[in-house]
Design a protein around this ligand. Structure first.
Ligand SMILES: *Cc1c(COP(=O)(O)O)cnc(C)c1O
Length: 227
């Protein structure tokens, strides 16, 4: 175990290795450093290591850290977002990974429109885990995207998936593969107003497998902060 900077260097190295086995070896993989439950001091170390793209899954935590860290960081919301919290984050985050309901989409679009802006969004898909409360089922994804992509304040940029936890990350490989297949199918449709560019999947435990199966954005928390 080393410092936060060592951990980030190791993750970047692992990303480069996994990428070579992926469907697009020369495509970049974007690392989102997930800072939930970690202090502003720890986040400063992340930033000092050159990792400025950060993710939070709770609005209140994001707001606290946003104030502590200032504009040195770029933020994504990666977890369930309630419609009544949207107003707090419209000017603080550049992407929402967890778009999964029309009420959220409508509220977000209205707020963004009032600002004269659009928000980049990923649609959260839940293809594997019936237990999980959040995310659209496979068959719901296309009709949902067709509807919400018409909203003027929203720009659909891809899909996000939270995989179920398996002791052996190899066991999640078929699910990542299925997500990639869905992603490619949707991309091929070239839906108007939709840029199917980002597939956000893979966390500390399984990001290498996710990249090998086609993820081009990963969300990593605990591996960064384990020192
Ligand atoms: C916490 C969290 C992560 C990061 O998980 P780690 O296992 O700590 O890497 C990724 N995505 C979401 C949605 C999370 O809530």
């Amino acid at each position: 175990m080393g410092t936060i900077a060592d951990n980030i260097a190791e993750i970047r190295n692992n990303i480069a290795l996994a990428r070579q086995k992926s469907p697009h070896p020369d495509q970049d993989v974007t690392l989102v450093a997930v800072t939930k439950m970690h202090s502003a001091e720890e986040i400063q170390e992340v930033l000092a290591a050159g990792q400025t793209l950060l993710g939070e899954n709770r609005v209140q935590e994001l707001l606290d850290k946003y104030d502590a860290v200032g504009d040195a960081a770029t933020w994504h919301i990666i977890g369930h977002l309630q419609s009544n919290k949207v107003k707090y984050i419209t000017e603080k985050v550049v992407m929402i990974h967890s778009l999964e309901s029309e009420s959220l989409a409508n509220e977000l679009s209205n707020r963004m429109q009032a600002l004269g802006k659009t928000m980049d969004c990923l649609v959260q898909v839940n293809i594997a885990d019936e237990e999980s409360k959040f995310g659209l089922e496979r068959d719901e994804v296309l009709p949902f995207i067709k509807r919400v992509s018409q909203l003027p304040g929203i720009h659909i940029k891809g899909l996000m998936h939270i995989a179920p936890y398996f002791e052996d990350p190899e066991d999640v490989r078929p699910i990542f593969r299925e997500m990639y297949r869905l992603f490619e199918e949707l991309k091929a449709l070239e839906l108007p107003g939709v840029d199917m560019e980002i597939l956000s999947m893979g966390m500390s435990h399984d990001y290498q497998v996710a990249i090998e199966e086609g993820a081009n954005m990963i969300r990593v928390g605990s591996s960064i902060f384990a020192v």
